[in-house]
Design a protein around this ligand. Structure first.
Ligand code: NOJ
Length: 529
């Protein structure tokens, strides 16, 4: 846990895909005690909190996002006692532990669902969304699930469909039933009482569905492709306004805890004004909201500047923006933004670290780690197997700690649960030994955030923007970056000499610079008076 009030407003959070970070017991699967082993590394790196991908019991049809017990720990990852130990050891290092909470759906093996499918009169029937077939037997409406198939599957009696926005093994909960609210408030308190620093909320925009189950309308010109499902706007199957009442309540609950706890939403919104609503209009809601318009920007000056400026213009005063470029669904920043160019990965880190608010790194980003293509016969992710975007397994591969067999993730001779690919010198040990590495740059950036030189709350003022270069002022620093592989020169009218606070080029800190800047390929600088 983090003791400082408001610690989360400038936090560097670090997402750990728990199965893939560090294996402590030799079964080829990362676990909670492995994370305990790695805490000193995280403390050295300078992170303020970790977000663990789902840790609760689950049959793993969606690798933990199909929860069968919200109050437990998955046996692959350890025990409740291990979780308590992790929370305690992390707190000793001033690191908060955020859990992944999945309130949109349960596993079809959850006791609530097992009861719900027993009979229409079953106690828990109303916990889920049921509807009769259309005449002729077709599903109740046109909603599709994450694989593109109908979002409805017939229950055992064959006379009612249940809803699943993801896999059929992930039935959606019915948030119109007040008992579901009570259950999740219990879950929240159970973990908050154990000392978790908060939650990342899965599918935060999706809990409520249209009460009349209306068809989703077709896409409109200009819609963001990632906002659509099967060519439709998901305005009835999710994104309902009632969801805000849930977060108002959850915020009241978390606000009663000391030290401060945090709610971080997976808010799949592409319009910054709608994103802003999740921070709360009349009453506070989520502390932090993932910003997918930014995540889906291209690694280009104009695209990033537009996303940042639109976000900051829309967010309510005093709210904390959240910046990330990678996660376990979409890929690692070194690949998806930077196409494997390590120079660009450095620039991405400088940019992410300089923006005001919270930074979320995905494990391996600090090393410049890229995705690993997994051959089809070894792919494990059912939701994306054979799908056009490729398997999500590519960005869930185990963490490389050191050179050699299994890269220190698990014992030699053990088979990691997913292949690790060829990591060459991209591993913690080699990069710690090299002061010019991506890892050392990342550590330096996090240290600058911690001491308040970077990421202070406030506006981002454009100093210069063209097709290649973006320079902005945030707080007392100016970040200047060349988003291209060619050298270029710009003059900045900054009214006085500046020094380099951080640079993508190793060893360039502290120099007096300007007003003319010759920027090498993908070079980025943070400048200070
Ligand atoms: C979003 C999660 O990040 C993803 O991994 C999961 O498959 C879906 N939600 C469903 O829970």
């Amino acid at each position: 846990m983090q003791a400082k009030p408001g610690w989360w407003q400038r936090a560097a959070l670090y997402q750990i895909y728990a199965r893939s970070w560090r294996d402590s017991n030799g079964d080829g699967i990362g676990d909670l005690l492995g994370i305990v082993e790695g805490l000193d590394y995280l403390s050295w790196l300078g992170v303020d909190g970790i977000w663990l991908s789902p840790t609760m019991p689950s049959p793993n049809t969606d690798w933990g996002y199909d929860v069968s017990d919200y109050l437990g720990v998955h046996p692959d990852l350890g025990t409740l006692a291990d979780m308590d130990r992790l929370i305690e050891e992390a707190a000793r290092r001033d690191i908060a532990v955020l859990l992944d909470l999945v309130p949109n759906h349960t596993s079809s093996s959850h006791p609530w669902f097992l009861d719900a499918i027993r009979a229409k009169q079953a106690d828990h029937r109303g916990y889920y969304v049921w509807a009769p077939p259309k005449p002729g037997g077709a599903p109740p409406n046109n909603w599709t699930d994450a694989t593109g198939a109908p979002a409805w599957t017939l229950g055992p009696g064959g006379d009612e469909y249940y809803l699943h926005n993801f896999l059929p093994t992930q039935p959606d909960l019915n948030w119109w039933d007040p008992r579901v609210h009570t259950e999740f408030e219990k879950v929240l308190r159970f973990w908050l009482d154990r000392g978790v620093g908060g939650f990342r909320i899965d599918v935060a925009h999706g809990l409520y569905k249209d009460a009349a189950l209306r068809d989703d309308p077709p896409a409109m010109p200009g819609d963001h492709p990632a906002a659509l499902r099967d060519g439709h706007r998901t305005v009835y199957s999710s994104h309902r306004p009632e969801v805000h009442t849930v977060y108002q309540r959850w915020r009241q609950i978390t606000d009663n805890y000391e030290p401060a706890r945090v709610l971080l939403g997976e808010t799949w919104e592409f319009d910054p004004r709608r994103l802003a609503e999740y921070y709360g209009r009349e009453r506070p809601e989520l502390h932090l909201c993932f910003n997918f318009a930014f995540v889906f920007s291209e690694m280009r000056a104009r695209s990033l500047a537009a996303a940042v400026e639109a976000t900051l213009a829309a967010l309510p005063l005093g709210s904390t923006p959240t910046w990330t470029a990678s996660n376990h669904d979409l890929g690692r920043l070194a690949t998806r933004w930077c196409h494997g160019d390590q120079r660009a990965a450095r620039t991405a880190l400088v940019l992410l670290a300089s923006l005001p608010g919270v930074l979320v790194l995905y494990y391996g980003d600090e090393l410049g780690l890229g995705d690993v293509e997994i051959p089809p016969d070894l792919q494990l992710d059912e939701m994306t197997r054979g799908r056009p975007g490729g398997s999500r397994d590519r960005c869930r591969t185990p963490m490389p700690w050191q050179p050699g067999e299994n890269y220190g993730f698990c014992a030699p001779g053990t088979r990691p649960w997913l292949p690790m690919g060829e990591q060459a010198s991209t591993n913690v040990h080699s990069e710690r030994a090299d002061h010019g590495s991506v890892l050392h740059l990342c550590r330096q950036l996090l240290a600058l955030r911690r001491c308040g030189r970077l990421a202070a709350a406030g506006p981002v003022e454009r100093v210069l923007l063209d097709d290649q270069v973006w320079a902005f002022r945030a707080g007392e620093t100016i970040t200047l970056a060349n988003f291209s592989p060619t050298t270029t020169t710009r003059e900045l009218a900054l009214g006085g000499p500046l020094r380099t606070l951080a640079s993508t080029r190793p060893g360039q800190t502290g120099e007096k610079v300007g007003p003319v800047f010759k920027l090498g390929p993908w070079e980025a600088l943070v400048l200070t008076p």
